[in-house]
Design a protein around this ligand. Structure first.
Ligand code: ADP
Ligand code: MG
Length: 259
């Protein structure tokens, strides 16, 4: 796949995923490189959300599921790790901005507090640092006690990113983080991602081809078989996927011929 020279952050091996009896993902093999942006693309229902939610074991919170294979993070299988400590290492941002009905400050302080931090000075520092990293500090620094819900959609999404950063994760998962935002707010999120990848590995699901092409380093294209199980068609450097893919199916998808 061309990323052999990069350090692998997450290695997915022969991964199969089931909701009850329904197989949502089949035999996925994929390496996610460290401190790069990997985009997951593919038609609706092919298992993109299921796939990234497997990384922080979120699927188990919403349904009765079973899995086979391995998702290796630092030589440990995620599927065998304690979900709570795992979610401290892997933060997540969702499709709809979902700030808590609390102040801007408390939204960002939430994670560190939940993990036992009580020191006010330290909390203040983390809140400021996280809001700065999320490109939101300048817009909210004088109104940290205002409700997170009073912000615009784009600001709310950056607040959710700040909230994810506050627990100092290694990996940030983003499931269509800009699909509810206007084009300007979308570009802001993409700019922000370029900054964040200096420190964090980012995996982003997007149905927006331009966004995947603009904002990611690697792209994984998923499709689904006749039984609707999702599988990986092709994974490569983003530029390669969008200019000279190996598979005809990839070319058909990125040029809008299906999906
Ligand atoms: P995508 O994000 O690519 O649109 P999803 O991961 O949401 O795809 O869904 C993949 C498949 O799994 C779909 O067929 C969907 O209907 C099914 N699915 C998703 N969530 C659940 C669930 N909680 N219970 C049962 N089936 C689900
Ligand atoms: Mg989805």
């Amino acid at each position: 796949m061309g990323s052999e020279s990069l350090k692998v952050q997450i290695s997915v091996k022969n991964f199969n995923f089931f909701y009850g009896k329904f197989q949502a993902l089949r035999e996925i093999n994929l390496n996610i490189p460290d401190r790069q942006i990997t985009a997951i693309i593919g038609p609706s229902g092919c298992g993109k959300s299921t796939f990234i939610r497997s990384f922080n074991r979120m699927n188990e919170l919403i349904a009765s599921v079973s899995m086979q294979g391995e998702i290796i993070l630092d030589s440990e299988n995620i599927l065998e790790l304690d979900p709570v400590s795992l979610r401290k290492r892997i933060g997540m941002v969702f499709q709809r901005p979902n700030p808590f009905p609390k102040s801007i400050y408390e939204n960002v302080a939430f994670g560190p507090r939940a993990h036992g931090m009580k020191n006010k000075v330290q909390l203040d520092e983390i809140v400021e640092k996280s809001l700065k990293e999320a490109f939101l500090w300048d817009e909210v620094k004088d109104e940290l006690t205002k409700s997170g819900l009073s912000l615009s959609g784009g600001q709310q999404q950056r607040l959710c990113i700040a909230r994810a950063l506050a627990i100092e994760p290694e990996i940030i998962l983003m499931d269509e983080p800009a699909s509810a935002l206007d084009p300007f707010a979308t570009l802001k999120i993409e700019e922000l991602m370029q900054d964040l990848k200096e420190k964090y590995t980012i995996v982003i699901v997007t149905h927006n081809m331009q966004q995947a092409a603009r904002a990611s380093d690697y792209t994984a294209f998923f499709n689904m078989g006749p039984d609707r199980a999702g599988y990986l068609v092709e994974h490569d450097i983003t530029q390669k996927i969008f200019t000279n893919p190996k598979e005809k199916l990839t070319e058909d998808y990125i040029s809008g011929r299906f999906g």
